[in-house]
Design a protein around this ligand. Structure first.
Ligand code: PLP
Length: 314
């Protein structure tokens, strides 16, 4: 294993940064020192792919699924990194171990990078791999987890899949951020974007589910195939609930019995109001609560391979 620097004393700048550790240019750094070039096309063109996995109680959750998605994305974008899968696992592990965080949000990124001649030909750029571990973060705060989020269905359309492949996790977020500001103006907490046919798509950092007549439904097309979304399918299979990927017209969401969102950043989160109207009786629904409970129970089924060895435990 690589010799790790001792970053525990100064792994962040508490005034401007969360605690955390990054890996870039082959080195582990305090998060406050991890900076990319202004000439990196990851910044200039949003030309990048990434993934986020979380660590809960000192163990990665579904790391294999996140790695599968990341490496598939690299291939689709004609990118390559100098680390293989096992080396990426070791880097992610080290970032978390160095940070000492038991619950962590772990992001790994490949940017197109830059070329010494500032060539506009993407094939000339040297792709760059970056990873970091910071404290676990959630789309919903504690209050929203308990009582549910208020979501506004946006008038903006999520960037269509024939423009940007949504199965490659990406930083094309201007539509999502635009949706957020529109939602705040309407007094909501977050936004639900629609697709070009007016069906529900996804929101800023999450997939969307509606429970209608006992069936758990989620949009089929034009969305990131979320790892948490897949976990919901798996949970529904275990619970004998019907879960299907279908088109969901936006009007159906307003009359759904339950609505929830899913993300690595927060897990399963209830939505109890859409466009100012209560969903069901206005409190998190029974199926949502069951799925949430199963989701967190699954975190105790430890896959030993992905339990973090923290530096103070060695
Ligand atoms: N959709 C978008 C646009 C996202 O950015 C995310 C996560 O960041 C998701 C869905 C949920 O994906 P996952 O469950 O893999 O975190």
């Amino acid at each position: 294993m690589t010799v790790l620097p001792n970053l525990s004393e100064h792994y962040s700048d508490p005034k401007t940064y969360p605690p955390g550790v990054a890996f870039m240019d082959g080195q582990y750094l305090p998060i406050s020192e991890a900076k990319i070039s202004v000439l990196d096309y990851g910044l200039l063109h949003s030309d990048a792919t990434y993934d986020v996995v979380h660590v809960w109680n000192g163990a990665f959750f579904r790391l294999e699924n996140h790695l599968d998605r990341f490496f598939a994305g690299l291939e689709k974008l004609h990118m390559s990194i100098e680390y293989d899968r096992e080396q990426v696992i070791e880097i992610l592990h080290n970032c978390v171990a160095l940070s000492g965080l038991k619950n962590s949000y772990v992001e790994f990124i490949c940017t197109r990078g830059m070329s010494p001649t500032f060539s506009r030909d993407p094939r000339d750029a040297v792709n760059q791999f970056i990873a970091f571990a910071i404290p676990f973060g959630s789309v919903a705060n504690q209050e929203q987890m308990k009582h549910g989020l208020h979501a506004a269905i946006s008038s903006f359309v999520r960037i269509p899949p024939n423009s940007v492949d949504p199965t490659v996790k990406n930083y094309h977020w201007l539509d999502l951020v635009r949706g957020l500001y529109e939602a705040y103006d309407r007094g909501a907490d977050t936004a639900i974007l629609v697709d070009t046919n007016g069906n529900v798509s996804e929101g800023p950092g999450f997939n969307i589910f509606a429970v209608i007549d006992g069936r758990v439904l989620t949009p089929k097309l034009g969305v990131l195939l979320g790892v948490t979304r897949q976990t919901v399918f798996d949970i529904c299979t275990n619970l004998d609930n019907d879960c299907s990927a279908v088109d969901i017209p936006q009007d159906q969401l307003l009359v759904a019995d339950e609505v929830f969102i899913s993300s690595t950043a927060g897990g399963i989160m209830p939505v109890t109001k859409v466009n100012g109207q209560y969903i069901g009786d206005g409190s998190p629904g029974q199926i949502t609560s069951q799925i949430t409970e199963s989701y967190w129970d699954m975190h105790n089924e430890k896959n030993n391979k992905f339990v973090i060895k923290y530096l103070d435990e060695k």
